[in-house]
Design a protein around this ligand. Sequence first.
Ligand code: UTP
Length: 307
Amino acid sequence: MRNCHSKTITKAVFPIAGLGTRFLPVTKASPKEMLPIVDKPLIQYAVEEAYAAGIRQMIFVTGRTKRAIEDHFDAAHELESMLEYEQKQQLLDSVRNVTPDDMHCVYVRQASALGLGHAILCAEKIVGDDDFAVILADDLMMGETPVMQQMIDQYQQQQGSIVAVQDVPRSQTNLYGIVSGNESQGALLKINQIVEKPLPSDAPGTLAVVGRYILSASIFDELKKQQPGIHGEIQLTDGIASLLKKEDVFSYRFNGRRYDCGSKIGYLQAVVDLASCHPEVGESFNHWLANKVESPCTEVFKQKQVN
Ligand code: UTP
Protein backbone atom coordinates (compact mmCIF):
# COMPACT_ATOMS: atom_id res chain seq x y z
CA MET A 1 0.00 0.00 0.00
CA ARG A 2 1.27 3.47 -0.89
CA ASN A 3 1.12 5.87 1.97
CA CYS A 4 3.88 8.42 1.75
CA HIS A 5 2.44 11.77 2.75
CA SER A 6 4.61 14.59 1.47
CA LYS A 7 4.66 17.89 3.36
CA THR A 8 3.63 20.08 0.49
CA ILE A 9 1.17 19.70 -2.33
CA THR A 10 2.75 20.41 -5.70
CA LYS A 11 0.23 18.87 -8.12
CA ALA A 12 -3.40 19.62 -8.83
CA VAL A 13 -5.72 17.50 -10.95
CA PHE A 14 -8.53 19.27 -12.81
CA PRO A 15 -11.12 16.76 -14.03
CA ILE A 16 -12.73 18.53 -16.98
CA ALA A 17 -13.95 15.63 -19.09
CA GLY A 18 -17.62 15.71 -17.99
CA LEU A 19 -20.35 16.27 -20.56
CA GLY A 20 -21.84 19.39 -18.99
CA THR A 21 -25.38 18.33 -19.94
CA ARG A 22 -27.00 20.91 -17.66
CA PHE A 23 -25.64 23.64 -19.90
CA LEU A 24 -26.63 22.23 -23.28
CA PRO A 25 -26.65 23.42 -25.99
CA VAL A 26 -23.70 25.73 -25.16
CA THR A 27 -21.61 22.72 -24.07
CA LYS A 28 -22.29 20.71 -27.24
CA ALA A 29 -18.94 21.72 -28.74
CA SER A 30 -17.39 23.98 -26.08
CA PRO A 31 -16.17 23.15 -22.58
CA LYS A 32 -18.32 24.15 -19.61
CA GLU A 33 -15.09 25.18 -17.87
CA MET A 34 -14.57 27.93 -20.48
CA LEU A 35 -17.83 29.67 -19.51
CA PRO A 36 -16.79 33.23 -18.69
CA ILE A 37 -17.33 35.01 -15.41
CA VAL A 38 -17.27 38.45 -17.04
CA ASP A 39 -13.89 38.13 -18.84
CA LYS A 40 -12.18 35.14 -17.26
CA PRO A 41 -13.18 31.50 -17.78
CA LEU A 42 -14.06 29.25 -14.84
CA ILE A 43 -10.99 27.07 -15.38
CA GLN A 44 -8.69 30.09 -15.01
CA TYR A 45 -10.14 30.89 -11.58
CA ALA A 46 -9.49 27.27 -10.58
CA VAL A 47 -5.89 27.29 -11.83
CA GLU A 48 -5.22 30.67 -10.18
CA GLU A 49 -6.49 29.27 -6.87
CA ALA A 50 -4.08 26.33 -7.15
CA TYR A 51 -1.19 28.60 -8.16
CA ALA A 52 -1.87 30.95 -5.23
CA ALA A 53 -1.58 27.91 -2.94
CA GLY A 54 1.93 27.17 -4.26
CA ILE A 55 0.94 24.41 -6.70
CA ARG A 56 2.90 24.52 -9.95
CA GLN A 57 1.99 21.34 -11.83
CA MET A 58 -1.53 21.50 -13.26
CA ILE A 59 -2.87 18.18 -14.58
CA PHE A 60 -5.96 18.44 -16.76
CA VAL A 61 -8.07 15.35 -17.40
CA THR A 62 -9.69 16.34 -20.67
CA GLY A 63 -12.09 14.84 -23.18
CA ARG A 64 -13.72 15.55 -26.52
CA THR A 65 -14.70 19.25 -27.00
CA LYS A 66 -12.10 20.45 -24.46
CA ARG A 67 -9.34 21.64 -26.78
CA ALA A 68 -10.08 25.30 -26.08
CA ILE A 69 -8.69 24.72 -22.58
CA GLU A 70 -5.30 23.59 -23.94
CA ASP A 71 -5.23 26.66 -26.19
CA HIS A 72 -6.14 28.90 -23.28
CA PHE A 73 -3.11 27.79 -21.26
CA ASP A 74 -0.76 27.82 -24.25
CA ALA A 75 1.22 30.80 -25.59
CA ALA A 76 -0.63 32.92 -28.18
CA HIS A 77 2.30 34.40 -30.13
CA GLU A 78 0.32 36.09 -32.91
CA LEU A 79 -2.10 37.73 -30.47
CA GLU A 80 0.72 38.80 -28.15
CA SER A 81 2.71 40.37 -31.02
CA MET A 82 -0.33 42.30 -32.15
CA LEU A 83 -1.06 43.62 -28.63
CA GLU A 84 2.61 44.52 -28.21
CA TYR A 85 2.66 46.34 -31.55
CA GLU A 86 -0.49 48.27 -30.60
CA GLN A 87 0.98 48.99 -27.13
CA LYS A 88 -2.02 47.50 -25.34
CA GLN A 89 0.04 46.60 -22.30
CA GLN A 90 -2.84 45.83 -19.93
CA LEU A 91 -4.42 43.38 -22.36
CA LEU A 92 -1.03 41.88 -23.12
CA ASP A 93 -0.43 41.28 -19.40
CA SER A 94 -3.87 39.72 -19.02
CA VAL A 95 -3.02 37.24 -21.79
CA ARG A 96 0.51 36.46 -20.54
CA ASN A 97 -0.53 36.13 -16.89
CA VAL A 98 -2.74 33.15 -17.74
CA THR A 99 0.35 30.94 -17.70
CA PRO A 100 3.19 32.11 -15.44
CA ASP A 101 6.66 30.86 -16.50
CA ASP A 102 7.01 28.52 -13.54
CA MET A 103 3.66 26.80 -14.13
CA HIS A 104 3.66 23.44 -15.88
CA CYS A 105 0.52 22.08 -17.60
CA VAL A 106 0.00 18.40 -18.42
CA TYR A 107 -2.97 16.93 -20.28
CA VAL A 108 -4.35 13.42 -20.13
CA ARG A 109 -7.48 12.18 -21.93
CA GLN A 110 -10.45 10.42 -20.43
CA ALA A 111 -11.86 8.74 -23.56
CA SER A 112 -15.36 8.21 -22.09
CA ALA A 113 -16.97 10.14 -19.27
CA LEU A 114 -17.02 7.21 -16.84
CA GLY A 115 -17.33 9.26 -13.69
CA LEU A 116 -15.27 11.56 -11.50
CA GLY A 117 -13.45 8.64 -9.85
CA HIS A 118 -12.47 7.28 -13.25
CA ALA A 119 -11.29 10.73 -14.38
CA ILE A 120 -8.98 10.96 -11.36
CA LEU A 121 -7.69 7.46 -12.03
CA CYS A 122 -6.66 8.67 -15.52
CA ALA A 123 -4.14 11.00 -13.80
CA GLU A 124 -2.46 8.23 -11.78
CA LYS A 125 0.71 7.90 -13.86
CA ILE A 126 1.34 11.65 -13.79
CA VAL A 127 0.57 12.09 -10.09
CA GLY A 128 2.70 9.10 -9.03
CA ASP A 129 3.10 8.56 -5.27
CA ASP A 130 2.56 12.14 -4.14
CA ASP A 131 -0.48 13.38 -2.26
CA PHE A 132 -2.29 15.76 -4.59
CA ALA A 133 -5.06 18.32 -4.89
CA VAL A 134 -8.24 17.95 -6.95
CA ILE A 135 -10.14 21.02 -8.07
CA LEU A 136 -13.53 20.96 -9.80
CA ALA A 137 -13.58 24.16 -11.81
CA ASP A 138 -17.36 24.35 -11.92
CA ASP A 139 -17.35 25.00 -8.16
CA LEU A 140 -16.11 28.59 -8.09
CA MET A 141 -14.78 29.34 -4.61
CA MET A 142 -14.17 32.82 -3.27
CA GLY A 143 -12.37 33.15 0.04
CA GLU A 144 -10.25 35.90 1.57
CA THR A 145 -7.58 33.19 1.81
CA PRO A 146 -7.96 31.06 -1.33
CA VAL A 147 -9.81 27.87 -0.39
CA MET A 148 -7.05 25.51 -1.64
CA GLN A 149 -4.55 27.46 0.48
CA GLN A 150 -6.82 26.97 3.53
CA MET A 151 -6.88 23.23 2.80
CA ILE A 152 -3.12 22.97 2.40
CA ASP A 153 -2.70 24.80 5.73
CA GLN A 154 -4.91 22.10 7.32
CA TYR A 155 -3.08 19.31 5.49
CA GLN A 156 0.26 20.49 6.84
CA GLN A 157 -1.05 19.91 10.35
CA GLN A 158 -2.99 16.69 9.76
CA GLN A 159 -1.16 14.95 6.90
CA GLY A 160 -4.27 13.10 5.79
CA SER A 161 -6.75 13.35 2.95
CA ILE A 162 -9.10 16.32 3.27
CA VAL A 163 -12.38 17.06 1.49
CA ALA A 164 -13.98 20.51 1.51
CA VAL A 165 -17.54 20.56 2.84
CA GLN A 166 -20.39 22.98 3.40
CA ASP A 167 -23.68 22.64 5.23
CA VAL A 168 -26.66 22.20 2.91
CA PRO A 169 -30.39 22.08 3.60
CA ARG A 170 -31.47 18.48 4.33
CA SER A 171 -33.77 18.62 1.27
CA GLN A 172 -30.62 18.83 -0.94
CA THR A 173 -28.59 15.88 0.37
CA ASN A 174 -29.51 13.87 -2.74
CA LEU A 175 -27.35 16.25 -4.82
CA TYR A 176 -24.06 15.69 -2.94
CA GLY A 177 -21.72 13.25 -1.27
CA ILE A 178 -22.58 13.56 2.43
CA VAL A 179 -20.06 12.97 5.25
CA SER A 180 -20.39 12.29 8.95
CA GLY A 181 -17.99 11.69 11.82
CA ASN A 182 -17.63 12.36 15.52
CA GLU A 183 -14.14 13.67 16.24
CA SER A 184 -14.12 17.34 15.34
CA GLN A 185 -11.45 19.99 15.85
CA GLY A 186 -12.73 23.40 14.83
CA ALA A 187 -13.52 23.29 11.13
CA LEU A 188 -12.04 19.79 10.74
CA LEU A 189 -13.97 16.58 11.25
CA LYS A 190 -12.52 13.06 11.10
CA ILE A 191 -14.88 11.28 8.74
CA ASN A 192 -16.20 7.82 9.50
CA GLN A 193 -18.84 7.71 6.77
CA ILE A 194 -19.33 9.16 3.30
CA VAL A 195 -22.40 8.41 1.19
CA GLU A 196 -23.11 9.43 -2.41
CA LYS A 197 -26.33 11.42 -2.89
CA PRO A 198 -28.45 9.96 -0.06
CA LEU A 199 -32.16 10.72 0.15
CA PRO A 200 -32.85 13.37 2.83
CA SER A 201 -34.47 10.69 5.00
CA ASP A 202 -31.37 8.43 4.80
CA ALA A 203 -28.60 11.07 4.96
CA PRO A 204 -26.19 10.67 7.91
CA GLY A 205 -25.96 14.48 8.18
CA THR A 206 -26.00 17.62 6.09
CA LEU A 207 -22.30 18.22 5.48
CA ALA A 208 -21.92 18.11 1.70
CA VAL A 209 -18.68 17.50 -0.21
CA VAL A 210 -17.85 20.29 -2.67
CA GLY A 211 -15.23 20.59 -5.39
CA ARG A 212 -11.91 20.75 -3.48
CA TYR A 213 -9.93 17.77 -2.24
CA ILE A 214 -6.47 16.84 -1.05
CA LEU A 215 -6.05 13.13 -1.58
CA SER A 216 -3.50 10.55 -0.58
CA ALA A 217 -2.09 8.67 -3.58
CA SER A 218 -3.57 5.52 -2.00
CA ILE A 219 -6.89 6.67 -3.49
CA PHE A 220 -5.81 5.20 -6.83
CA ASP A 221 -5.70 1.65 -5.45
CA GLU A 222 -9.11 2.16 -3.86
CA LEU A 223 -10.62 3.55 -7.08
CA LYS A 224 -9.35 0.54 -9.03
CA LYS A 225 -11.31 -1.76 -6.71
CA GLN A 226 -14.64 0.00 -7.31
CA GLN A 227 -17.30 -1.72 -9.37
CA PRO A 228 -18.70 0.61 -12.05
CA GLY A 229 -22.31 1.73 -11.38
CA ILE A 230 -25.32 1.59 -13.74
CA HIS A 231 -23.82 3.90 -16.39
CA GLY A 232 -20.36 2.33 -16.04
CA GLU A 233 -19.33 5.23 -13.79
CA ILE A 234 -16.74 5.03 -11.02
CA GLN A 235 -17.56 7.43 -8.21
CA LEU A 236 -14.90 9.28 -6.24
CA THR A 237 -17.16 9.05 -3.17
CA ASP A 238 -16.93 5.23 -3.24
CA GLY A 239 -13.13 5.42 -3.49
CA ILE A 240 -13.02 7.77 -0.48
CA ALA A 241 -15.39 5.48 1.47
CA SER A 242 -12.94 2.66 0.89
CA LEU A 243 -9.89 4.85 1.69
CA LEU A 244 -11.21 5.94 5.08
CA LYS A 245 -11.19 2.33 6.30
CA LYS A 246 -7.38 2.44 5.98
CA GLU A 247 -6.32 6.04 6.50
CA ASP A 248 -7.58 9.19 8.17
CA VAL A 249 -9.80 11.32 5.97
CA PHE A 250 -11.01 14.69 7.22
CA SER A 251 -13.68 17.08 6.11
CA TYR A 252 -12.97 20.80 6.27
CA ARG A 253 -15.56 23.58 6.43
CA PHE A 254 -13.89 26.22 4.32
CA ASN A 255 -14.17 29.96 4.86
CA GLY A 256 -15.66 31.66 1.87
CA ARG A 257 -18.43 31.46 -0.67
CA ARG A 258 -19.09 28.69 -3.19
CA TYR A 259 -20.90 29.19 -6.47
CA ASP A 260 -22.18 26.00 -8.08
CA CYS A 261 -21.38 27.03 -11.65
CA GLY A 262 -22.34 23.58 -12.92
CA SER A 263 -25.94 24.78 -12.45
CA LYS A 264 -27.45 27.71 -14.33
CA ILE A 265 -28.60 29.53 -11.22
CA GLY A 266 -25.23 29.24 -9.46
CA TYR A 267 -23.44 30.38 -12.60
CA LEU A 268 -25.70 33.43 -12.95
CA GLN A 269 -25.20 34.35 -9.28
CA ALA A 270 -21.43 34.19 -9.77
CA VAL A 271 -21.59 36.40 -12.87
CA VAL A 272 -23.72 39.02 -11.10
CA ASP A 273 -21.62 39.06 -7.90
CA LEU A 274 -18.30 39.25 -9.70
CA ALA A 275 -19.55 41.75 -12.29
CA SER A 276 -20.66 43.98 -9.40
CA CYS A 277 -17.07 44.13 -8.14
CA HIS A 278 -15.34 44.22 -11.52
CA PRO A 279 -12.84 47.13 -11.70
CA GLU A 280 -13.81 48.10 -15.25
CA VAL A 281 -17.58 47.53 -15.47
CA GLY A 282 -18.66 47.15 -11.80
CA GLU A 283 -19.97 50.67 -11.32
CA SER A 284 -22.03 50.86 -14.49
CA PHE A 285 -23.25 47.29 -14.05
CA ASN A 286 -24.50 48.06 -10.52
CA HIS A 287 -26.26 51.16 -11.81
CA TRP A 288 -27.97 49.12 -14.55
CA LEU A 289 -28.83 46.33 -12.11
CA ALA A 290 -30.51 48.68 -9.64
CA ASN A 291 -32.89 49.87 -12.39
CA LYS A 292 -33.32 46.36 -13.76
CA VAL A 293 -34.64 45.00 -10.46
CA GLU A 294 -37.69 47.18 -10.90
CA SER A 295 -38.63 45.56 -14.25
CA PRO A 296 -37.08 42.10 -14.16
CA CYS A 297 -38.27 40.38 -17.36
CA THR A 298 -39.06 41.95 -20.72
CA GLU A 299 -41.77 40.17 -22.72
CA VAL A 300 -39.76 39.98 -25.94
CA PHE A 301 -36.84 38.21 -24.17
CA LYS A 302 -39.26 35.83 -22.49
CA GLN A 303 -40.46 34.70 -25.93
CA LYS A 304 -36.89 34.27 -27.24
CA GLN A 305 -35.95 32.00 -24.29
CA VAL A 306 -38.81 29.55 -24.91
CA ASN A 307 -36.78 27.37 -27.28
P1 UTP B 1 -20.45 16.95 -12.98
O1 UTP B 1 -21.37 15.82 -13.00
O2 UTP B 1 -20.78 18.11 -12.13
O3 UTP B 1 -20.16 17.53 -14.41
O4 UTP B 1 -18.99 16.41 -12.64
P2 UTP B 1 -20.71 17.16 -15.81
O5 UTP B 1 -20.94 15.70 -15.95
O6 UTP B 1 -19.75 17.77 -16.76
O7 UTP B 1 -22.05 18.03 -15.88
P3 UTP B 1 -23.59 17.66 -16.02
O8 UTP B 1 -24.00 17.08 -14.69
O9 UTP B 1 -23.74 16.70 -17.17
O10 UTP B 1 -24.22 18.98 -16.30
C1 UTP B 1 -18.12 17.06 -11.72
C2 UTP B 1 -16.77 17.30 -12.34
O11 UTP B 1 -16.18 16.06 -12.75
C3 UTP B 1 -15.78 16.11 -14.10
C4 UTP B 1 -16.62 17.20 -14.73
O12 UTP B 1 -15.94 17.76 -15.85
C5 UTP B 1 -16.80 18.19 -13.58
O13 UTP B 1 -15.70 19.06 -13.46
N1 UTP B 1 -16.01 14.79 -14.70
C6 UTP B 1 -17.18 14.15 -14.49
C7 UTP B 1 -15.03 14.22 -15.48
O14 UTP B 1 -13.94 14.79 -15.71
N2 UTP B 1 -15.26 12.99 -16.03
C8 UTP B 1 -16.41 12.31 -15.83
O15 UTP B 1 -16.55 11.18 -16.34
C9 UTP B 1 -17.40 12.92 -15.05
